[in-house]
Ligand binder design. Structure first.
Ligand SMILES: [Cu+2]
Length: 487
């Protein structure tokens, strides 16, 4: 590590983690490589995903109470191939009702894992999940009505990588844990004893939960990873409850090759990328010429008055790559990645409008104290209606191309639609950045209209509708969500 990198990571680590943990251990922590279940060459029997209470050390030497999926925290990385059907047994071993939603998958509503597919404690949910889409990085997480924020925060989340013939034969790094890494980025709070903590307050309802400590694959940042010379691939998920993260490299721009729903048309060089909760991006890092390079994260990526006022608006080291003596992937930075033309808004036959709203006068502190699973009418809503399990808000015709226009007037919200990938026509009234012009299932909404071009190819009946919602999980729990059918 050179002097600049050392000073940067040491200084920021101390600010972010408090409690002295980072000072004691900074620099030594290695990137945890999440165990991968590779099913691309065939699936034998059913795959068990066991959701269980667990204990986990985030790297500060203290044991925290967590949930894990076959692990002590988070789930495995599942690697599957287009054309497969994945038979899954989701076993609910936590002492509460839960669900497991496949975020980003183009699958029918009855296997989507949304709020209608509840799994009681001790029960098993056994969907056969068809994998029909192109290569893409997806994920799975709790989507339990009113409990999504707390269950996901505690660890009910994992990554699913979809490969296809093109991605398996592409000239890209793909040796998992060597030159191909999956990174799950989260912000956490730790109490004075060093244990992961979460408390629902009025402020948390308003802004979503924000921890002050960056965690990568369940380890407190910064973490380090030794890599061979050559290109290194980072597949990155923002699994924060509410934080937008601004990503950059210490040296040089980010080379972005894929977004939520698949490869970009060509590699996009970006000084930084702003990732909302729920978003995924894949980047390549060229370790031919550099001995080290560091992925940096700004926890206050969305900016704002308080971030600037209190000096929080600075980057911290997430992951430092250090080159070892081995030679890894020898290919060069790709130019063409996928056949992907610009979206054509003339294709749309239907336009729908969604206005996200928060009631600034609501007593959120009282709601937090008495929290059940419903904020009540008029606190958080879409088109004036808070989420109701027994109300279908929109009916979509299968195969139609539609424009969904989304707006809000108070703060930056990330909007997600189930069962599809879409293209962003405009984001906050402007063209999206080049790295967000490919396949997406998340769009940022603040001032001005955000518009996406979308088509649904699978059924979602009234007993198993799809959701659209804000992906600030506390907003979603509080009612900023709606339901739609596809038939
Ligand atoms: Cu929101």
């Amino acid at each position: 590590m050179n002097r600049r990198a050392f000073l940067k990571s040491a200084g920021v680590g101390a600010i972010l983690t408090g409690g002295g943990f980072a000072l004691a251990q900074s620099g030594a922590r290695r990137l945890p490589v999440i165990p991968m279940t590779d099913l691309t060459s065939g699936i034998d029997g059913r795959l068990t995903l066991a959701l269980n209470p667990a204990t986990h050390d985030f790297g500060n030497g203290v044991v925290s109470q967590t949930f894990g999926i076959n692990n002590s925290y988070l789930g495995p990385v599942l690697r599957v191939k287009q054309g497969q059907t994945l038979p899954v047994d989701v076993v609910n071993g936590i002492d509460d009702v839960t669900t497991l939603h496949w975020h980003g998958l183009h699958i029918p509503g009855d296997v989507d894992g949304g709020p209608h597919q509840e799994i009681e404690p001790g029960d098993t949910w056994s969907p056969d999940v068809p994998v029909v889409q192109r290569a893409s990085m997806n994920w799975f997480h709790s989507h339990t009505h009113g409990k999504t924020a707390q269950q996901t925060y505690k660890g009910l989340a994992g990554v699913m990588l979809v490969e296809d013939d093109a991605s398996l034969s592409a000239d890209l790094p793909k040796t998992y844990g060597v030159d191909d890494f999956t990174l799950v980025l989260q912000d956490k709070a730790f109490n004075s004893a060093g244990q992961m903590s979460y408390a629902l307050t009025g402020e948390v309802f308003e802004d979503g939960f924000e921890g002050d400590t960056l965690v990568v694959n369940g380890a407190i940042a910064p973490v380090v990873q030794s890599v061979p010379a050559g290109l290194v691939r980072l597949r990155i998920l923002n699994a924060c409850n509410a934080r937008f993260l601004a990503l950059s490299m210490q040296t040089g721009p980010l080379s972005v090759i894929a977004s939520d729903g698949g490869f970009l048309a060509s590699t996009v060089e970006a000084e930084s990328i702003l990732m909302s909760p729920g978003e995924r991006y894949e980047v390549l890092v060229d370790m031919n010429a550099l001995e080290t390079n560091t992925l940096e994260v700004n926890l206050d990526g969305a900016g704002g008055f308080f971030a600037n006022l209190f000096g929080g608006n600075q980057t911290s080291a997430a992951l430092t790559l250090t080159r070892n003596a081995n030679q890894g992937f020898t290919g060069s930075m790709p130019e063409r990645l996928a056949n992907l033309g610009p979206p054509n808004r003339e294709d749309a036959v239907v336009t729908r409008t969604f206005e996200l709203e928060m009631d600034g006068d609501a007593d959120l502190a009282a709601l937090a104290l008495a929290w059940g699973n419903y904020c009540g009418d008029g606190v958080m809503s879409i088109n004036g209606q808070p989420m109701r399990m027994d109300r279908i808000d929109e009916e979509v015709r299968k195969g139609d191309t539609e424009i969904w226009r989304i707006s809000v007037d108070d703060m930056l919200h990330p909007f997600h639609i189930h069962g599809c990938s879409f293209r962003i026509l405009s984001q906050q009234g402007a063209p999206p950045p080049a790295y967000a012009q490919g396949w997406k299932d998340m769009v940022h909404v603040e001032e001005g209209w955000s518009e996406v071009l979308v088509r649904f190819e699978h059924d979602a009946p009234a007993h198993a509708p799809y959701m659209y919602h804000c992906h600030i999980l506390e907003h979603e729990d509080c009612g900023m969500m709606g339901q739609f059918t596809v038939s």
